[in-house]
Design a protein around this ligand. Sequence first.
Ligand SMILES: C[S@@+](CC[C@H](N)C(=O)[O-])C[C@H]1O[C@@H](n2cnc3c(N)ncnc32)[C@H](O)[C@@H]1O
Length: 189
Amino acid sequence: MAHDNPGINYLAMDISPDVLGDARRNIVRAYGGEEVRNILLTRGDIEHIRDFLAPEDRVERIYISFCNPWSARPKHVKRRLPHPRQLMQYRDFLVDGGEIWFKTDDDTLFRESLDYFAACGFEAVHISHDLHDEGFSPNYVSEHELKFTAQGVPIKLGIFRKLPEAPDIDPVRWLRPAKTVRDLENAPD
Ligand SMILES: C[S@@+](CC[C@H](N)C(=O)[O-])C[C@H]1O[C@@H](n2cnc3c(N)ncnc32)[C@H](O)[C@@H]1O
């Protein structure tokens, strides 16, 4: 993506140095000897993104690719990268009208994230429950995406736009509505 868009600066962040090492090797391969001028690889915990980015950074788009679903225990869902605890932090440096492109293989995470984005003042501009089947383009396939696609798992994509009006919620104590229409529709028979 960065190689195809030399006029855009990318900040790539992961908490794991091993993953950043893999990313570095992929970047070197993609640039094929050209100087890399538009990517900064940074090790960091996105739960503390405010330590890295401030409102004056003016980020135009955020990609969340295959974050951990944290679905096994309810008390862990707050660690999800699209959880309101994190989404309300992204609002600080994401410009009004800026977008979050969220991809996952996980149905529960995807479904529950639709509520997170709505609660945090984002409108859905594109929702796909199988982006490969839809032929969405351009799509840059990540390592996890490759693995799950090979297993036949549909990849979900949501594109959400930041609305200027900040919602009045407490992101730490926010609780997802216990039963939404979507839950009822998706409940097992
Ligand atoms: C399932 S892997 C996906 C890796 C890659 N994004 C992909 O799509 O192939 C989840 C990644 O999220 C990283 N991660 C998990 N929690 C994080 C956090 N709080 N801050 C930054 N990275 C995190 C992990 O180190 C891991 O590399």
